[in-house]
Design a protein around this ligand. Structure first.
Ligand SMILES: Cc1cc2nc3c(=O)[nH]c(=O)nc-3n(C[C@H](O)[C@H](O)[C@H](O)COP(=O)(O)OP(=O)(O)OC[C@H]3O[C@@H](n4cnc5c(N)ncnc54)[C@H](O)[C@@H]3O)c2cc1C
Length: 594
């Protein structure tokens, strides 16, 4: 049995003390009422729901999984009722516009909600996560009629949203997709094709499912420039939002997979299904990116959520399990052995998890606040700057959050020894569940290529320069602070290495077409470690300011900050060295060797 207690103290620390969210958010048009009290009330409600309703279903859902019969999918026992409670609580429309029944709350708050829901029940959280992305894409690109009919039902959670991109021969390379959209006389389109791996493509928790489908028009240009996006509902909605005719979209089968067993993954058949264009013809990939950028950050939150859950449970186990004696003398002489938390290796694992999780939580929160600023700030220049930062950080939050999710769940499983491998303890479920997060929403290699290729290339490196300017401002603020030097200096060193590596890659890749691909993953990890160190400087600054308050929380922050800069951040040197080896060690090997 696993337990989960929402880390509200740490969330509030990041939200209120590190980022002064109330000041930033209430200054944005539309968020005047988002006070610290409001945010805290939302977080507390969410914590209760996660602890009392969603987490108790996590292991049950894994054991039972989803079942498929005659085109219908049944979710595990208790999920339907939990989903009803979740949607009636307004959680599906947390960030959606009040014009369509949403709560109009910031993305920053939504991140913390998503992390809690993910920790409580990763499979469950994917259903509303996809609905939220669909809401965002339709809000940005839908016609007024599409918004009027579909958004209120998605926002209320009565209807599910799903994204249909992948085909058996088209995954990372969506330009290869074959699903066709043929115009009908009435302005709708007939959609024909088969999509695979569609999360929430069919299930019994909602009355309707609204698929956003990528397909090609008859006159489409080749490749990714020829993709359009269509709204294809399971039941065609009447103009008043009631359910109309059943559409020709059906679930052919469901996948039997490694983890996330309560989250259904479907083969979806579109047999001349009626759909409507969303956005411009051939510009569907750009439209879908509105959804995918949200989902990429969301998937990052899934990785962080599993690290948090694994850490919490491993700490309880490490304090309870007695094996061996502490190297420097017994700590519990009254017992036959000491608890394993006395052993340096166990502490290294637990502190690694905590140092990474708390930094990633802060980074993800910061990135989501940039999204809020980019959507709402009155000044176009400020909006652009925030949008640049969010765009730069999106692949980092996604790939690093999920890579670390896999690493940390494994590290924590090891804390349990053989018991970690046994189902009832729940750690093996976390390892299995989190693994997909490194793959879907664009594999982590695709994220790394996005960072090193597209994101660094935008407007002559404007995004990277923005990151440097932002951290320069922070360094200027803390200059001369001896009490912070143990955190600031390692950050400065890491940042310098990152700047030098970025320059080296830019220079060398002119002569080596394979260079970026060969070093992309190391570069993303280096960047991620640097951003985590940045977050630790910000957190340590607050902790030092309050360390005499008598609250042990702040002392704990400094222990963790110290562990990060001494035991985690030095990994950056290895990534730096690996980058400098370039592409030759892999690419000079002839293909016939393999
Ligand atoms: C459980 C689950 C749920 C999913 N949910 C959805 C969903 O809701 N909707 C949806 O549309 N899809 C969904 N997917 C699909 C998922 O997004 C894809 O599996 C993923 O994008 C990778 O595509 P692929 O599996 O075809 O792998 P491929 O694209 O064939 O990649 C295979 C390997 O090659 C690498 N690779 C590919 N291209 C390059 C390149 N240019 N450079 C370097 N390396 C490269 C990849 O990183 C990967 O390691 C889901 C998948 C699963 C398993």
């Amino acid at each position: 049995m696993t337990t989960y207690t929402a880390p509200l103290r740490d969330m509030r620390f990041a939200l209120h003390e590190v980022f002064a969210a109330e000041k930033t958010l209430t200054a944005l048009p539309g968020f005047a009422e988002v006070t610290a009290d409001v945010m805290d009330a939302v977080l507390e409600e969410c914590a209760k729901l996660c602890q009392d309703v969603l987490h108790p279903l996590n292991q049950v859902g894994d054991a039972e999984g989803c079942t498929f019969k005659d085109g219908n999918v049944t979710t595990p026992k208790g999920y339907k009722e939990a989903y009803k409670q979740y949607s009636e609580g307004g959680w599906c429309g947390l960030t959606a516009s009040p014009d369509f029944g949403g709560q109009g709350l910031p993305e920053a708050l939504d991140y913390l909600v998503a992390e809690m829901v993910g920790s409580a029940n990763l499979s469950f959280g994917l259903y509303p996560g996809l609905t939220q992305g669909t809401i965002l894409a339709l809000s940005a690109h839908g016609t007024p009629e599409q918004k009027k009919v579909y958004l209120p039902k998605l926002v209320s959670g009565e209807w599910q949203g799903a994204m249909c991109l992948t085909e058996s021969h088209a995954g990372s390379d969506l330009g290869l997709l074959r699903t066709k959209a043929v115009p009908n006389a009435d302005g709708s389109y007939s959609i024909t094709g088969t999509k695979i791996f569609i999360s929430a493509g069919e299930h019994d928790m909602t009355d309707n499912i609204v698929h956003l489908v990528l397909a090609k028009l008859p006159d489409a240009p080749e490749g990714s420039r020829g993709i359009s996006m269509f709204l294809v509902p399971k039941f065609i909605a009447n103009p008043d939002g009631s359910l109309g005719k059943r559409n020709a979209v059906s679930c052919g089968s469901i996948e039997h997979k490694m983890g996330m067993k309560a989250s259904v993954t479907c083969v979806m058949n579109f047999d001349g299904a009626t759909g409507w264009l969303v956005g411009q013809p051939h510009k569907g990939l750009a439209g879908m990116f509105t959804m995918m950028n949200k989902e990429r950050m969301f998937v990052g939150s899934q990785g962080i959520s599993q690290s948090e859950l694994a850490y919490q449970n491993a700490v309880v186990y490490a304090k309870d399990r007695i094996q061996g004696r502490a190297a420097d003398g017994p700590k519990r002489p009254d017992k036959a052995a000491d608890p394993i938390i006395v052993h340096p290796d166990i502490r290294n694992r637990l502190l690694f998890a905590r140092a990474v999780v708390e930094a990633q939580r802060a980074l993800a929160l910061y990135a989501h606040m940039q999204v809020d600023i980019s959507h709402h700030h009155a000044d176009a220049g400020v909006r652009e700057k925030a949008d640049d930062m969010a765009a730069l950080l999106t692949p980092i939050v996604k790939a690093s959050g999920t890579d670390m999710g896999s690493e940390i769940t494994n590290l924590c499983l090891q804390v349990y020894g053989g018991h970690g491998y046994i189902k009832e303890w729940g750690l093996e479920q976390m390892v299995r569940d989190v693994r997909i997060t490194q793959i879907y929403e664009g594999t982590n290699t695709i994220q790394a290529l996005d960072l090193i290729g597209r994101k660094l290339g935008i407007a002559g490196g404007r995004l990277f320069k923005g990151f440097i300017a932002e951290t320069d401002a922070m360094l200027a603020r803390v200059q001369g602070r001896n009490d912070l030097a143990e955190f600031v200096n390692p950050f400065k060193d890491a940042r310098q290495k990152l700047i030098a590596a970025t320059q080296w890659i830019t220079e060398q890749s002119a002569a080596d077409a394979n260079l970026r691909g060969a070093v992309a993953n190391d570069y993303l990890r280096m960047f991620a470690l640097t951003t985590m160190a940045w977050m630790w400087v910000l957190m340590a600054e607050q902790a030092i300011a309050k360390k005499d308050s008598g609250d042990p929380f702040y002392e704990g922050k400094l222990y963790t900050a110290r562990f990060f800069v001494t035991k985690v951040l030095p990994q950056i040197a290895a990534h730096d060295s690996l980058i400098r080896t370039g592409s030759a060690p892999a690419m000079a090997v002839p293909e016939s060797f393999f």
